[in-house]
Design a protein around this ligand. Structure first.
Ligand code: UDP
Ligand code: MG
Length: 316
């Protein structure tokens, strides 16, 4: 059986040698599996690509696809999936947060019949705002998403060839892999692991990128925000109607209607103005994504591919 391991790489020079060492060690435990590692260089500005190519000269199982510019984590993964050809494909990050030692376990579950085998975090190392963000997002996404979502999973996991082909068929631009992966269905299994600290270097996914990713997740997998605005609009209109009836009725019956009320008015105007702006913003989030889809630009552009047909282990 053939196994491809897809790893997106953006300026990971400090992790690459250790990563390739641990991958080789972990994959050498696989029996009857011919594996290769498909690195996708997301236009690193350091010498990550050179390090991989150097390794390739001594071990042809490390292959490389280079993108023409930095397209981002999800696009790099899509490029890897599109170039993969294994009977199963493992996806993992290149910063050693996803332990390569988990690969044999993933393969085991796959051979036992799992079509999608996901690494499920028992713990995560992030602290502070990042951690809070991750947890908030996972709670919210679980509650809001129209497709069921396996808690505490990220990109790390193994996909059967069938699942990879189906994912490759999904052409949408705003890609949120965990969501797409549940959307396609198939039998999912999980394997627990402890997420490690990034081995070296700074996180490449800045908070801004992560929140964009979170927005992609929510807006690509749920209409609930829109529906929520419809419901709250209906509720506010109903309250408005009742209040108007009350005051007009009072006035017609000749009662005095309060003269003051400046504070109430200012509060109401500001509140309703804010609600309307939020609603327009929400519409914009959907509309902008529709525009991206309509333009139908490719998800990424490949600059060059190196050693893609190779799968021979080095002579021992
Ligand atoms: N990455 C990438 N393109 C980018 C940003 C990141 O290919 O524009 C890669 C990065 O090299 C790493 C993985 O995606 O292998 C996850 O990135 P990072 O560790 O920064 O994200 P986090 O773990 O904070 O989500
Ligand atoms: Mg990371």
């Amino acid at each position: 059986m053939k196994l491809d391991i897809v790893i997106p790489i953006y300026n990971e020079r400090a992790n690459l040698l250790e990563l390739m060492r641990r991958l080789t060690e972990s994959c050498s435990q696989l029996q009857d599996v011919s594996w290769r590692v498909l690195f996708v260089d997301d236009a690193s500005s350091d010498d990550s690509a050179r390090i991989i190519l150097e390794q390739q000269t001594s071990d042809a199982r490390f292959v490389l696809v280079r993108l023409s510019r930095n397209f981002g984590h999800q696009a790099a993964i899509s490029a890897g999936l599109a170039h993969s050809e294994g009977d199963a494909v493992v996806i993992m990050d290149g910063d050693l947060q996803d332990p390569p030692e988990l690969i044999p376990r993933l393969v085991e579950e796959w051979q036992a019949g799992g079509e999608i085998v996901l690494g499920q975090r028992r713990s995560r190392p992030e602290r502070g705002v990042r951690r809070l963000g991750f947890e908030l997002f996972h709670r919210m996404f679980g509650a809001i998403s129209d497709t069921p979502f396996t808690a505490n999973t990220g990109v790390l996991g193994l996909l059967d060839r069938r699942a990879v082909s189906e994912l490759n068929r999904l052409s949408e631009r705003n890609r949120f892999l965990p969501g797409l992966r549940s959307w396609i269905g198939f039998e999912q299994r999980t394997v627990p692991y402890d997420r490690e600290e990034r081995a070296a270097g700074e996180p490449k996914q800045t908070l801004r990128r992560l929140s964009r990713y979170a927005f992609d997740g929510v807006f690509s997998f749920s209409y609930k925000p829109l529906r929520f605005m419809t419901y709250s609009g209906t509720l506010i209109s109903a309250i408005g109607f009742l209040m108007a009836t009350w005051f007009i009725g009072k006035r017609l019956l000749g009662f005095e209607v309060a003269q003051t009320g400046f504070t109430t008015l200012v509060t109401l105007v500001l509140f309703l103005g804010g609600v309307q702006l939020i609603a327009i913003g929400l519409l914009g989030e959907y509309l902008g994504r529709v525009y991206d889809e309509v333009k139908a630009r490719p998800l990424y552009i490949v600059k060059s591919a190196h050693g893609l047909t190779q799968r021979t282990p080095p002579p021992s």
